[in-house]
Ligand binder design. Sequence first.
Ligand SMILES: N[C@@H](CCC[C@H](N)C(=O)O)C(=O)O
Length: 342
Amino acid sequence: MITLEKVQGSGNSFFLLDQDLLPSALNENELSRLALALCPRKTGLTGGADGILAVTASPTPSIHVINADGSQASMCGNGLRTVARYLHDHYGFGQEGKRDTIDGSFHVSTLNANLQVRSVGNFAPGLPAYSVEISPVSFDSRSLPFTNLGRNRLINCSVPELLPDLRFTALSVPNPHVVSFMTQDQVQSDLLSSLGNRLNSPNPYFPNGVNVNFAHILGRNTLYVRTFERGVGLTNACGTGMSAASLCLVLTHPQMGEANQEITVYNPGGMVKTRVHYQEEEGTYTINLIGNATVTHLIELDESCLYHPPAQGSDLEKKKAKIKETAENTAYQDFVAKLPYH
Ligand SMILES: N[C@@H](CCC[C@H](N)C(=O)O)C(=O)O
């Protein structure tokens, strides 16, 4: 038997699989098949999820992110916080003898980068919180990639090929994002799904798809962000998307957003904090993403179900999986209910 955790960061939910508990780690095809079985909202396990986080602790901590549609992603900000918590709680990372710095941070390797993470106490009563580094950042068209838009960088540009009346910034952090600032009504409109679907189907501009973020500036250092995620669709929140939007705020609306200051980002699933840093010597940006890392379910199942999942993950609920809901989700709902926006 193996325990799979269901976790969420700002309502962005995942199945967290510890590959070190298995006799042999699941390969990419097996992880992809597992995501297709467990993640669908209607037929998945415990109401599905936005993806799978495959974690290994040894020889060094690492994470593989699989989107709900089985595709691989280079990074997941909300997911990385929950992985940091898992490595801290189950393997002692960040604790005495297993920390890189005095503040208890340690590193987790992702597809493209080795990123610093650390526990930052509670976000709200009963809600452990983690801070994770979001980097490297690039505005170069090749890093997303995008093409056929007549430029190598899009920074707060009008791009009629995407939508006529909005301005867009395209950046990788390192997974690909476009960010646009607009009114709250536009953020809540169907435009997000229609553009998200268009740019994540075969299209001449973003051949590998792109995460689409619609943002509204609520006040100084305060944003509301809604995201259509590549490989998933509309999600409650996207950590890299909110980090990308925070950087865009600082760069393109400097009177409303400051570097090195806490930025509050509300989203349909809750709220996170970000901080944008500029490294003058290298001319680079990094972002810190801070928010809840919540365990919602503990799912005990036979490991054979992971190698050979049923077509519908919900079938596991009938007899093969023992599912225990934690009390943490109630604490999270209490926290969200008190937020001024969500
Ligand atoms: N939810 C994530 C991003 C997950 C990956 C994304 N869908 C992609 O394909 O790039 C986050 O919190 O950052």
